[in-house]
Write a protein that binds this ligand. Sequence first.
Ligand code: C5P
Length: 243
Amino acid sequence: MKSAKDYIIFPLDVPSEDSAKKWVKQLSRHVGLFKVGLELFVRTGPDLVRWILESGDAGVFLDLKFHDIPATVSRAMSGIAELGATFTTVHCGETPAMLKAAVEAGEKKVGVLGVTVLTSVSGADIRQAGFCPEYGEDISRLVMKRAAVAHVAGCAGVVCSGQEAMVIKKAFGKDFITVTPGIRPAWDGVSADDQQRITTPAQAVRNGADYLVIGRPIRNAADPQSAAARIADEIDSVIKDGK
Ligand code: C5P
C-alpha cells in the first residue's frame, strides 16, 4: 500500500558523494525515492545508485533526461536497466522512435518516463523558441502532444507539472504515471526559484500526480525532516479524502 511519503521524490541536487550520502541517511525514512540527476551522476556514476538501494528502503529515480539518436539511447538504457532504479527519464523529443528504443532496452526492469516540457519553461519561452503560438498561449497543449508520444511509445508515464497531471490522467488512463516537479508548499517564505508552473503538494496529488519531485522546499528548510513530514501530512490529507 502506497503511503504519503512514497509520493515524495527528493532530488539529490548536490555536487558530491559525501553530501548525497548525508541527505540519504537524513531523509530515507521520509521519502519514497531519491532522484539522482546529472549533477551527481557525472561525479559519482552508478556506484551511488547501488549504494542508495543497498542502504535502505527508498528507491532511485535516475533522472538523466536522455535525448539522442535511438541507437545511442538504447545502448545507454541497457546499462541503466541493470542498476535497479525504479524510474529513469528520456525527453519526449520529436518522434516516438527514441522513446520506443528506450522502453525496449529498459526491458521493464526500469520505468521509462518521458519528459514533456520542463517546469522551468514558460509560455513566453516557448513562443521565443519558435513553436507555433498556440503552444506558447497554452503550454498544456504541447505537454499533451508530447505525453501522447510517450504513451504510444509504451512509456510508464511522463514528467509534467502538477497543473497538467489531471488532463494527462484523463487522456491516457490512471495507470499512466505522472511525476510532477515544480512543487511549492503554500508556506510562508517558500520561493518558486526557477520553477514556472508550480503547484502545492495537495494540488498536485488532487490532480492525480503519482509522485512529486520536491527539492528546495525540503533542502532549504531549517529542519528538512520536519518539512518532509509536513509535506507527507499534506499529501495524506488528500489521500484520505479520496483525492
Ligand atoms: O523542488 P526543486 O525546484 O528544488 O526541484 C528541482 C529538481 O526538479 C531538479 O532536480 C530538477 O532536475 C527537477 N526537475 C525535473 N523535471 C522538470 C523540472 C525540474 O525533474 N521538468
